[in-house]
Design a protein around this ligand. Structure first.
Ligand SMILES: Cc1cc2nc3c(=O)[nH]c(=O)nc-3n(C[C@H](O)[C@H](O)[C@H](O)COP(=O)(O)OP(=O)(O)OC[C@H]3O[C@@H](n4cnc5c(N)ncnc54)[C@H](O)[C@@H]3O)c2cc1C
Length: 405
C-alpha cells in the first residue's frame, strides 16, 4: 500500500487529502496539520465570523479519522527526500511514497515598534479571529495598518460593530497590489462614505503607547490615535521546509503545471506555490481561495496517476461595505482598459488587455455574469466574447498609466 503524506491542513491540504481519499481509496492518506482541530475556511474570518458566525467548516471533514489519518496539532519539521520521510515535532516520523506540501502562508509582521502586545492584532487563523472579535467593541478606535483586502474587510466589519476605523497605507492608493486605479478609488470613496478614515502615503510609520495607554501612530506628515491595531501588511509563503529539503523555491515553492516540485515524488499546492501562468507569460504566487483549492485538486489527481494541469489566471473576491469586489488576472499588465457600467454605481466591470487585444485582467464591483463569462473564456483559451466587448467603452489611457504606475 502506498502512502500519500500531506503537510498543511488549510484549504489546499484539505482539498488534496479528501480528493486522494476519494480517488485512490487503496492508498494510505496522512494529513499533518500544525493547527488543532479539523480544517476550516479562512475567508469568513475577516467577514461574518467577526460578527459572530460559527466556525467555518470545510466540506468532506467527515473523512478524517476514517479514510484519512489526521495528525492535527503536529508540525512537520524536516523532509528527508532521500529516505522519503517527514519528521514531526510530536510522534513518529511518516514515510511517504508521494508528498504534498501545502503549508500556505503566514501574516507578515511589522518590525520595530513598541505597543502593548494586547493591543496588536494580526489575522490569519481562527484563534487570531477569535481574539480580534473579542476586541471589536462599540466605541473602540481601530487603526488598520495596510490598505489591502483583509485590512479593508475588517475595517468595514468593525464599523458595523460600532468601532471607529482608520486605515493607514504606505502607497498612494488602497489595494495597491491587486486592483486597478478605478477600483482603488471606488473602494476609497465607499469606505469614506461609511465614515472610515483613510490615510495614504504614510511613509516611515512609527507606533508606540502614550502614558494613557493609547496607541499613537505617526508617519511623515501625519498622526492618528487608536485603542487597538490590526496589522495587515501582506503575507509570506511558508516555504522554508521545502528550501531546507533542497526543493527549488523563489517567492514560494516552484512548481510546474502538474504541481511537481524540483524533487521527484514531492508536490506542492496552494498559497505556498509559485506556479506558471502561460496566458500571462509569467509565474505567480497567488493569495486566492480559488487558486488554492483548484490547484490542490490538480495535485491530488496527478498524485493518483491522472493527467491534470493547473495554469489558470488568478481570481479572487472580497466582500466589504455591502458589495463584492472581484479581480481576475493581473491588472498591472493592462495597457488598454475597457469598462462596462457606471463607475459611480454598485455594478461595473473593467477589462484590461495588452497591446494586441489579449485579455490580461478584469476587476469590478458586483460584476456578475460578465466576470463568469470572462473566466470561462480565459480557461478555454478563447478571446474576450464579442458580446462583452460590444458593451464596453475604452477608457482614457492616462488612467492606465496611473493604474499601472
Ligand atoms: C482572513 C482571510 C480572509 C480571506 N478572504 C479571502 C477572500 O475573500 N477571497 C479569496 O479569494 N481569498 C481569501 N483569503 C485567502 C484564502 O483563504 C487563502 O488563499 C487560502 O486559505 C490558502 O489556503 P492554503 O491551504 O494554501 O494555505 P493556508 O490556509 O495558509 O493553510 C496552510 C496550513 O498549513 C499549516 N502548516 C504550515 N506549516 C506547517 C508545517 N510545517 N506542518 C504542518 N502544518 C503546517 C498552517 O498552519 C495552515 O493551517 C483569505 C485569507 C484570510 C487569512
Amino acid at each position: 500500500m502506498e502512502t500519500v503524506v500531506i503537510i498543511g491542513g488549510g484549504l489546499a491540504g484539505h482539498r488534496a487529502a479528501t480528493t486522494v481519499a476519494e480517488l485512490c481509496p487503496e492508498q494510505r492518506t496522512v494529513l499533518i496539520h500544525s493547527e488543532s482541530g479539523k480544517p476550516y475556511d479562512r475567508p469568513p474570518l475577516s467577514k461574518d465570523f467577526l460578527l459572530g458566525a460559527k466556525r467555518p467548516t470545510l466540506k468532506g471533514s467527515e473523512l478524517y479519522g476514517d479514510r484519512i489519518v489526521f495528525r492535527d496539532g503536529t508540525k512537520a519539521t524536516l523532509i528527508d527526500p532521500l529516505r522519503r520521510i517527514v519528521h514531526t515535532d510530536i510522534g513518529e516520523p511518516e514515510h511517504y511514497d508521494k508528498l504534498l506540501i501545502a503549508t500556505g502562508s503566514r501574516a507578515r509582521r511589522f518590525e520595530n515598534f513598541n505597543v502593548d502586545p494586547a493591543q496588536v492584532h494580526y489575522l490569519r487563523t481562527e484563534s487570531d479571529a477569535l481574539r480580534l472579535r473579542a476586541a471589536l467593541a462599540p466605541g473602540r478606535r481601530l487603526a488598520v495598518v495596510g490598505g489591502g483586502f483583509i485590512g479593508l474587510e475588517v475595517s468595514s466589519v468593525a464599523r458595523r460593530l460600532g468601532c471607529q476605523t482608520t486605515v493607514i497605507e504606505l502607497a498612494p492608493r488602497l489595494l495597491p497590489r491587486s486592483a486597478s486605479l478605478s477600483l482603488s478609488e471606488w473602494v476609497a470613496t465607499r469606505h469614506a462614505s461609511e465614515g472610515g478614515e483613510l490615510r495614504l502615503n504614510c511613509a516611515n510609520l512609527r507606533m508606540s503607547n502614550n502614558s494613557k495607554g493609547e496607541v499613537i501612530l505617526t508617519w511623515d506628515g501625519g498622526a492618528a490615535v487608536a485603542d487597538m491595531l490590526l496589522i495587515a501588511i501582506g503575507i509570506g509563503p511558508n516555504a522554508e521546509i521545502a528550501a531546507d529539503a533542497g526543493i527549488d523555491t523563489a517567492d514560494g515553492i516552484v512548481v510546474n503545471a502538474r504541481c511537481e516540485t524540483s524533487v521527484p515524488g514531492i508536490y506542492a499546492a496552494g498559497e505556498v506555490t509559485n506556479y506558471p501562468v502561460p496566458a500571462l507569460g509569467r509565474r505567480l504566487r497567488s493569495e486566492s481561495w480559488t487558486v488554492a483549492g483548484d490547484q490542490a485538486l490538480v495535485a491530488a489527481q496527478v498524485m493518483c496517476g491522472l493527467d491534470a494541469q493547473y495554469q489558470d489566471l488568478p481570481w479572487f473576491w472580497s466582500d466589504q461595505c455591502g458589495v463584492t469586489l472581484q479581480s481576475f488576472g493581473l491588472p498591472a499588465l493592462a495597457t488598454r482598459l475597457y469598462r462596462i457600467g457606471d463607475i459611480a454605481s454598485e455594478r461595473w466591470l473593467e477589462i484590461g488587455t495588452d497591446d494586441h487585444g489579449r485579455f490580461v485582467s478584469a476587476v469590478g464591483v458586483n460584476p456578475g455574469r460578465d466576470m463568469t463569462q470572462l473566466r470561462r473564456d480565459a480557461k478555454a483559451g478563447k478571446p474576450i466574447s464579442p458580446d462583452i466587448m460590444s458593451r464596453a467603452e475604452e477608457i482614457d489611457p492616462s488612467e492606465i498609466y496611473l493604474a499601472t504606475g
